[in-house]
Design a protein around this ligand. Sequence first.
Ligand code: IPE
Ligand code: IPE
Ligand code: MG
Length: 290
Amino acid sequence: MFVEKLSSMFSKLLHAQPKYITAPVMPAAAQQLPPDRLPRHVAIIMDGNGRWAQKRGLPRSAGHAAGTEALRDIIRASDDWGIEALSLYAFSTENWARSKEEVNALMGLLLKYFASEIDELDRKNVRILILGDVDGLPGPQREAVCSAMERTKDNTGLKLNIALNYGGRAELTRAAARLAQKCASGELRPDDIDQAALENELYTAGLPDVDLLIRTSGEMRLSNFLPWQTTYAEMIFDSVLWPDYDRAEYLRNLRAYASRDRRFGGVKADSAGSEADEAGAAGQNTEEIS
Ligand code: IPE
Ligand code: IPE
Ligand code: MG
């Protein structure tokens, strides 16, 4: 009885027409995104600012300034379309290796960005979290990001994570050290360390895994971004340079994601079904196979 009910529920679900949400400012044909195929967590490596500027004979800092416009658009679009979490790679632990001039320009833009956006983000119920070593930032930047996190910490809308002075290896090393400290203080036993315990020590503790990772500018590498969290992420490498990236391109990427078949090491539900049918037809008792 119960099994029959369950199978009728599944077949209803399978044959139901997908409902669509619409993105208000897009042309009708591009609007549809099936809500059950929206990624919960999108991560973006915003790359290509330098090349964008170079192509125009401008200093690299002009590319970074233009990149903040794309940033605004993509944050707003994520909020409009009901994405749960958005993680943006803004400055890596390796980016300190750039010229003093460029690092200063980036740090200056960071301050400007928080000053100009925080009111709107807070009004939109966005929760801001910085991923990375905040203590390693210069004083004014540290204060700006800490105050943004504090001000928005109880907000329940888009979870906006900005990776600043972030490195994936540094994050994992820090998590290992924190677990070791807990063991040393007797709070935890080595046997208690499992994946959840490690995850709990990451900057992203409590967030869902990354479903979709987008990198702009055509580069095809992670560059030390969220190695743990992207283990099963779908990846899209988009050739558009970050300052030219906009919500139309973002929507194309989300639609491409919606058409992907994610298996997580298993097999597709329908092919699993046909294997079971074949086994059943061959007279095997499939119910005993767990
Ligand atoms: C990404 O653009 C922004 C940061 C790394 C801060 P880049 O500055 O890396 O641009 P390209 O890769 O040199 O074009
Ligand atoms: C990754 O881009 C870091 C950010 C986008 C903030 P990079 O431009 O620094 O990466 P590589 O050097 O090309 O790997
Ligand atoms: Mg780059």
